[in-house]
Design a protein around this ligand. Structure first.
Ligand code: AMP
Ligand code: GLY
Length: 423
């Protein structure tokens, strides 16, 4: 069986690595992929860009099914195009993906279906947005309505910062994505990533995870795509898990069915857990998280091909995902200048020092002659499994010590919250 994965980052490397382990899979193609993932046996990169090219490839190669990694092709309607051509693809339609494509849609949707989320108001003109900010004060959160590749959210600690964010977003810095902004109440608490597979009706929750969005230790510095993650998230107790399924996940899936946009694919809910144990939805993503996927898939013991097939056939209610009881952690190694303007082209060394229970997932890396060089903001995600989170973390950092490229940035404190509450 041949499978096609769309994307080129660490998340897609982890998907390809897991899928190719299935007994039934002969080849996993990744379009466009990166040179690092092509080192896996059975994984091949195909330098194709765009829905038409991918569709033609899937037809010619008789791909059994396609899995979409990032949100951009989903927003562009890849799933609708593949389905119309009779091809199996795991991901949501453009209509269902509105949950991520438009923050305003997501907020209104949650309001319609009583799904807990921060109070909000949407603005289409800057004058009213500024007036509102003067009225409500700070801290306050400003979100661009459209997709902004992780640059669309500003958590403003002061009113001045909030005004600046509105000017920046509505002034055209994010293009069309910033023409509308959502201003929402600042929520206190701890974040968790809750990712499920959905088959249009039923859901299968994956293991829980937590991400580290800020660039530097102690959660300082600018927001990034994610500097490290671990699974499980001890914060999400079985009671809280039940509550999230009842209050957020089930009503979301049901609401989408009622509105004629049933959801198939991975669905990611970013949650804020308040000190009193109540949960609110910060955002939805219509895809797996990056880097959450890397530790998550390290722990997945079930055959991912079977799980995706069950979802594609509307049979998730019969599916069970088995997880390694050991925690996993992933440390992101980023290029200098990330996230604003990463400097690429640095030679990466030390990749040839394997260590049991660790795996290096490649993101912004490309081959240049004999070398692997940096080619993006987030370059690698060094992932490890351990009997405890502490052991996993120790092992991951041990592997990190061998890896080098000029200006390499990484956090030393991935997992600190879980270790603080569960030492
Ligand atoms: P989002 O893309 O909506 O998840 O926002 C990115 C990050 O901004 C989140 O991971 C949170 O750290 C933070 N954030 C978003 N919304 C809020 C909120 N209402 N209150 C506090 N922090 C928030
Ligand atoms: N790690 C956060 C995300 O994938 O959106």
């Amino acid at each position: 069986m041949k499978i096609l994965v769309i994307g080129s980052g660490g998340r897609e490397h982890a998907l390809a690595w897991r899928l190719v382990q299935s007994q039934r899979v002969s080849h996993v193609f990744v379009a466009p992929g990166n040179a690092g993932m092509a080192l896996e046996e059975g994984v091949h990169c195909v330098p194709l860009q765009g829905i038409e090219a991918w569709l033609e490839f899937a037809q010619t190669e008789q791909i059994a099914f396609t899995v979409v990694g990032p949100e951009a092709p989903i927003a562009d309607g890849i799933v609708d195009h593949f389905r119309a051509a009779g091809l199996a693809i795991f991901g949501p339609s453009q209509a269902a993906a509105q949950l991520e494509i438009s923050k305003d849609f997501a907020k209104q949707f949650m309001q319609r279906h009583n799904i807990p989320t921060a109070r909000f108001t949407t603005f289409e003109d800057a004058v009213s947005a500024h007036a509102y900010l003067d009225q409500v004060g700070a801290p306050i959160v400003i979100k661009a309505d459209g997709l902004a590749a992780g640059k669309g959210v500003v958590v403003a600690q002061t009113v001045a910062e909030a005004h600046q964010a509105v000017d920046h977003m509505m002034g055209g810095a994010l293009g069309q994505a910033g023409h509308r902004v959502v201003i929402e109440e600042f929520l206190e608490g701890e974040e968790a990533s809750f990712i499920v597979m959905a088959d249009g009706e039923q859901v299968l929750p994956l293991a829980t995870s937590q991400d580290h969005k800020r660039l530097r230790d102690h959660d300082e510095g600018p927001n990034t795509g994610g500097m490290g993650a671990y699974s499980p998230a001890p914060l999400v107790t079985p009671t809280l898990h039940g509550r999230i399924m009842r209050e957020i996940i089930q009503p979301t899936l049901q609401g989408l069915i009622q509105e004629g946009r049933p959801y198939t694919g991975f669905l990611y809910a970013g949650l804020m857990i308040a000190p009193d144990g109540s949960v609110k939805t910060l955002e939805f993503n219509c895809r797996l998280g990056d880097p959450e996927t890397q530790p998550l898939l390290m722990r997945l013991k079930s055959d991912l091909v079977e799980l995706i097939e069950a979802a594609l056939h509307g049979k998730l209610q019969h599916a069970m995902a088995e997880w390694d009881r050991r925690p996993a952690i992933g440390i992101v190694l980023a290029a200098p200048g990330y996230p604003e303007s990463p400097i690429t082209g640095g030679i990466i060394s030390g990749l040839d020092r394997p260590l049991a229970d660790t795996h290096v997932f490649y993101a912004g890396a490309q081959a240049q002659g004999q070398h692997m060089v940096t080619a993006g903001g987030r370059v690698l995600c060094v992932t490890a499994l351990g009997d405890t989170l502490r052991t996993a973390r120790h092992l991951a950092y041990e592997r990190v010590q061998h890896i080098h490229f000029d200006g390499m940035q990484y956090r030393q404190d991935i997992g600190w919250r879980a270790l603080k509450s569960h030492p």
